[in-house]
Write a protein that binds this ligand. Structure first.
Ligand SMILES: [Zn+2]
Length: 472
């Protein structure tokens, strides 16, 4: 799942949300439909999903989406602050709003009195506009409510309750900065007011400033017990914990460790990249690994010393993804490819319960990272024609004993065979082959059932594909 992305900041209103049939939500930019694919942009580049697994797309509007704090903030159950009683207040309120409508004529009379210079009339005009605003709020007309509440404020600019009501309406409109401006003014007049702290906590929460939100809500509770604040505070503290665990290198699908010291920014970047790749591979293979995936970054110790892998191995996956990242402070395109390659191994490993042959593992991992056969095609076709091609049966077991040039050939040949299958029959066939291997078939039996070919047929077809596609 890509949901970890939301921890990297408040999801902005311009993003769209792709909702998959399995309920998963992917927040992305520039979501569009092209043929049978849904394409979208992420920090890791453009990705696509088969339309068949997409339920619907929610286009970005003015309201933040997903599980972001901003979305949660917009839905906080917090009631507007109460207006203190003023003498004659009830009469003014029932004059301003009567028979289910606002009496603008009545309000205009109060305004006229206020403009004539009567101090008490100012309070009356303010209260009348406030009553109108409350009525509009009750009907969900946030814009008119805000206009009336702001007008009320012009008659009583220092009234904390009006400042807080304007702040409240901004909060309901997810306008956190404007809300805080009003609350600062209210705090100058009423520093010990619990509602000011309550609403300020909401504003910070919406801005994803969890420390400040927690501080304000604790302050509000110290001034006055309030179940709404308690609920909001509990939620903020849970969010804060989640965010901290992310900084400690965990995301939805990964646990990250590193030897030596790594830049925290690199660790976050790596997790972010892995989550994006996870999402892409998940939709290609139509499968999500049930187990969390361990990742180890090697920053100082020589990678080869610890992993005992031959020199030609750059990174490896022995159940955990192990990647040397010496000297890097962020994810380069090369590192991103390596991560996607190794992550593919985790998917294939879990999908086949560890029974995938090495040529499928390495062929598919290279395909997913974006490698194609172009450069090697002519040589591979020639080796096959001369009868020297390694049989896929020989490439089923471990390659760690191979010399570097033999390994290079094995990788290229594995990629060519996978490329032929995917280009000819689509990833769906690959997926079915993996499923059969996972339920106990031998690889060749799985090929026979899905592709109706054995190893020899497949290699023959692959050599022909290479000649046709890349030959001169
Ligand atoms: Zn590999």
């Amino acid at each position: 799942m890509l949901c970890a992305v939301v921890f990297f900041g408040v999801v902005v209103a311009t993003a769209d949300t792709i909702v998959l049939k399995n309920g998963r939500r992917i927040v992305a930019n520039n979501v569009r439909e092209e043929g049978d694919k849904v394409k979208y942009e992420t920090s890791a580049g453009e990705l696509s999903l088969p339309k068949s697994i997409v339920d619907h797309i929610e286009k970005g509007g003015s309201v933040p989406m997903g599980d972001s704090p901003a979305a949660a903030a917009a839905n906080l159950a917090i009631t507007p602050p109460a207006m203190g009683a003023i003498s004659g207040g009830a009469e003014i309120e029932s004059g301003a709003v009567r028979d289910g409508a606002i009496d603008r004529e009545y309000i205009a009379k109060l305004e006229a009195a206020a403009h004539a210079g009567d101090q008490r009339a100012n309070a009356g005009a303010a209260l009348a506009h406030h009553a109108a605003a409350q009525f509009e709020l009750s009907r969900g007309d946030m814009e008119r409510a805000l206009a009336d509440e702001r007008t009320a404020l012009t008659f009583s600019p220092e009234e904390p309750a009006l400042l807080m009501n304007v702040a409240y309406l901004h909060l309901r409109r997810s306008e956190y900065k404007q809300s805080l401006d009003c609350l600062e003014r209210a705090r100058r007049v009423a520093p010990e007011n619990a509602d000011v702290a309550k609403l300020a906590g909401w504003a910070y929460y919406g801005m994803n400033k969890m420390d400040q939100a927690v501080a304000e809500w604790k302050r509000a509770l110290a001034l006055r017990p309030d179940p709404e604040v308690q609920t909001a505070l509990d939620k903020a503290q849970r969010d804060k914990q989640e965010e901290e665990s992310y900084k400690e290198n965990e995301s939805s699908h990964f646990t990250l460790r590193y030897t030596g010291s790594a830049e925290p920014a690199l660790a976050r970047d790596v997790l972010h990249t892995l989550e994006a790749h996870y999402s892409a591979i998940e939709s290609e293979l139509n499968f999500a690994p049930p187990d969390s995936i361990g990742v180890v970054l090697y920053t100082q110790e020589a990678f080869a010393d610890i992993t005992r892998a031959p020199g030609w191995v750059g990174a490896l996956n022995d159940g955990r993804i192990r990647v040397p990242v010496q000297g890097l402070s962020g994810v380069t395109p090369e590192l991103s490819r390596v991560l996607k390659h190794e992550l593919t191994h985790s998917f294939v490993g879990q999908k086949t319960r560890g029974h995938a042959p090495t040529w499928i593992q390495e062929g598919l991992a290279q395909w997913m990272e974006g490698k194609r056969s172009g450069d090697n095609a002519v040589v591979l076709a020639q080796v096959f024609q001369e009868g020297h091609a390694a049989s896929l049966g020989q490439l089923e077991g471990s390659w760690l004993g191979l010399q570097s040039d033999a390994a290079g050939y094995a990788y290229a040949w594995a990629l060519a065979n996978i490329e032929y299958i995917v280009q000819t029959d689509g990833m769906g066939d690959m997926e079915r082959i993996l499923d059969r291997i996972g339920s106990g078939s031998s690889t060749e039996a799985a090929l026979r059932e899905v592709l109706h070919s054995d190893y020899n047929d497949l290699m023959q077809s692959t050599a022909e594909y290479l000649r046709k596609t890349y030959g001169h």
